[in-house]
Design a protein around this ligand. Structure first.
Ligand code: GDP
Length: 366
């Protein structure tokens, strides 16, 4: 499944956040839905209002949300790109994730050790960015050396083009910028795909503020917001300590009371998971049977047979057709039968591009 990695300097609240995610997932869903794959890897449900709405209409035996894998990547410190700390191992972990959740300390607390001195959200962000950029620079330069020879021969147009792209990456990194913000197109991305660049991933910032600032933010989260504006990155303001406390509540009743006291309509975690999922730029379709109402993740632009393969590989091979209802229609008419009666159930073939929110029913040969 898709992975988001939590990174940040020591003592900014990463484990607190990871634990809250883990416990929360366990509490919200029945047991089988959460598993800790490794001590630092957990699977969480992605909250989706549409799924809840469909479930309330169909009333199935079970409701299955789509999931996101969360990895706690601790141990990133200044000098990691040079192998400081457990630098290389952790950078390796980052290579594998699809998106990054970067936790930044925006709370003051003299009881929580901070080696970097006064609270400095922008400085902290830059320390981590720099390590990742230095590592990418190393990868890019290595490849440039290989490609340069071929590009020099003169006749190798592909090598020349590749060399140009690598040069642009190098210059961008040297300016202290991440590859993601270079806006490479699909073809250009292919030229660097084999490098698995660390800075070519969407980033979501968590401004971990004191509990008094959780609705308003504070001067530190403001600094962070201003600094990332040019990247177009999102900042989520939350208090990880509060999230951990909510997650640890034994009963739903206590949880609701606690949240009411703090004027929260939902745990900030839900917002975090939804936003992280949205960053991945994926689509969701649903299946809605009496046994199970379920959300499935696909890439944008996938056609019906490929979308069906997410359920089972045989579904793609034996694909005949799909019955499709748009989400809005399903909600408006309330059931598959009512949609059929009102001409809102479409029959689509192999070339149909599945849309976000579609309710799909696949017909296939086995
Ligand atoms: P990590 O090293 O980034 O994983 O940091 P931890 O999650 O272990 O947190 C380090 C310390 O900061 C712990 O003592 C946490 O209780 C504390 N901490 C985490 N989040 C907050 C917060 O929102 N406010 C305050 N005051 N302390 C926090």
């Amino acid at each position: 499944s898709l992975q988001a990695g939590i990174v940040g300097l020591p003592n900014v609240g990463k484990s607190t956040l990871f634990n809250a995610v883990s416990i929360n997932a366990k509490a919200q869903a029945s047991n089988y839905r959460f598993c800790t794959i490794e001590p630092n890897v957990g699977l969480v449900d992605v909250p989706d209002e549409r799924l809840s709405k469909l479930a309330s209409l169909v009333n199935p035996n079970r409701t299955v949300p789509t999931q996101l894998e969360i990895v706690d990547i601790a141990g990133l410190v200044k000098g990691a790109s040079k192998g400081e700390g457990l630098g290389n191992k952790f950078l390796g972990n980052i290579r594998e994730v699809d998106a990054i959740i970067h936790v930044i300390r925006c709370f003051e607390d003299e009881n929580v050790l901070r080696e970097e001195g006064a609270i400095n959200p922008v400085g902290d962000k830059e320390i981590i960015d720099t390590e990742l950029q230095l590592k990418d620079l190393e990868s890019v330069e290595k490849k440039m050396q290989r490609v340069e020879k071929m590009a020099r021969v003169g006749s190798d147009a592909k090598a020349k083009a590749e060399y140009d792209i690598l040069t642009r990456c190098k210059e961008h990194l040297e300016k202290g910028k991440s590859i993601f913000s270079l806006g490479l197109d699909k073809e250009e991305k292919n030229a660097v795909a084999d490098l698995f660049l660390l800075t070519d991933k969407p980033v979501l910032y968590v401004a971990n503020v004191d509990e008094g600032s959780m609705h308003t933010g504070n001067k530190y989260s403001e600094m962070l917001k201003n600094a990332v504006q040019s990247e177009g990155a999102e900042v989520i303001i939350m208090c990880n300590n509060i999230e951990a406390q909510i997650a640890e509540m034994e009963s739903e009743e206590d949880r609701l009371m606690f949240m009411e006291e703090y004027k929260m309509t939902e745990p900030a975690l839900n917002r975090l998971i939804r936003t992280a999922y949205a960053l991945l730029n994926l689509d969701t379709y649903f299946t809605a049977g009496v046994q199970e109402v379920r959300a499935w993740t696909i890439h944008k632009g996938w056609k019906a047979p490929q979308a069906a393969s997410v359920i089972h590989t045989d579904f793609e091979k034996g694909f005949i057709k799909a019955e499709v209802i748009a989400y809005e229609d399903f909600v408006k008419f309330g059931s598959e039968a009512a949609c059929r009666d009102n001409g809102k159930l479409r029959i689509e073939g192999k070339e149909y591009i599945v849309k976000d929110g579609d309710i799909m029913h696949f017909r296939f040969n086995v």
